[in-house]
Design a protein around this ligand. Structure first.
Ligand SMILES: CC(C)(COP(=O)(O)OP(=O)(O)OC[C@H]1O[C@@H](n2cnc3c(N)ncnc32)[C@H](O)[C@@H]1OP(=O)(O)O)[C@@H](O)C(=O)NCCC(=O)NCCS
Length: 149
C-alpha cells in the first residue's frame, strides 16, 4: 500500500491525540508507556502553533510514522529560522521501507519553500545511522538536559 505524507493542522486534533495514545509503538523500545493525549483544545492549540511542524505518514487510514519539528527563529543575520527536529518515529512494522526518508523529504521541502537552511536533531543512538544516511553530519559538543524536580 502507498504511503502519503501530510502536515497536520488544528482540524486533525483527534487523529493527533490517537497517535499520542499509541506512540510507544513508534519508539525504539515499544514496551514503554505512550506519551498520552492532550485535551482536544490542547491538541488544537499545539497544531495551530506556527512554531510547530507535525507531519504524519499514512497508509490508507493507518498512521505509520510521524515527524515533529520546532521552528526556531534566529537572532543573527542569515536565514530567519532553523529547525529543531524534536522527534520522529516509524511504526515498528513499517520500518526500512522508506517511510522515515519520506518524512524527512517533506520536512526538507518545507525548509526549501520557507528559506530555512539548517535542521538539528538530538538523535538517539539507534537512529544515528538513519540520520547519517539522510545527510546529517555530527556536530561538535554534547547535548545536555536538566529536569527540575
Ligand atoms: C529511525 C527511523 C525513524 C527510521 O525510519 P525508517 O522508515 O525505517 O527509515 P528508512 O526506511 O527511510 O531508512 C532509510 C535508510 O536509513 C538507514 N537506516 C534506517 N534505519 C536505520 C537504523 N536503525 N540503523 C542504521 N541505519 C538505518 C538505512 O540505510 C536505510 O536504507 P535501507 O533500508 O535501504 O538500508 C525508525 O527506525 C524509527 O522509528 N526508530 C525508532 C524511533 C527513533 O529512533 N526515532 C528517532 C528519534 S531521534
Amino acid at each position: 500500500m502507498g504511503v502519503g505524507i501530510r502536515r497536520l493542522g488544528r482540524e486533525d486534533a483527534e487523529l493527533f491525540n490517537e497517535l499520542s495514545e499509541a506512540d510507544n509503538l513508534f519508539d525504539e523500545d515499544p514496551s514503554g508507556a505512550p506519551s498520552g493525549a492532550l485535551t482536544l483544545d490542547g491538541a488544537r492549540a499545539f497544531l495551530a502553533d506556527p512554531s510547530v511542524l507535525f507531519w504524519v505518514a499514512e497508509a490508507g487510514t493507518l498512521t505509520v510514522g510521524f515527524l515533529h519539528c520546532i521552528v526556531q527563529r534566529r537572532r543573527t543575520a542569515g536565514p530567519w529560522a532553523e529547525l529543531l527536529l524534536m522527534e520522529m518515529g516509524v511504526h515498528a512494522h513499517w520500518r526500512r521501507q522508506g517511510v522515515g526518508t519520506a518524512l524527512v523529504s517533506a520536512m526538507e521541502l518545507w525548509m526549501a519553500e520557507n528559506d530555512v537552511l539548517d535542521v538539528w536533531v538530538p538523535a538517539n543512538t539507534y537512529a544515528v545511522g538513519f540520520y547519517l544516511k539522510a545527510g546529517f553530519t555530527a556536530d561538535e559538543g554534547a547535548i545536555l538536559v536538566k529536569q527540575l524536580h
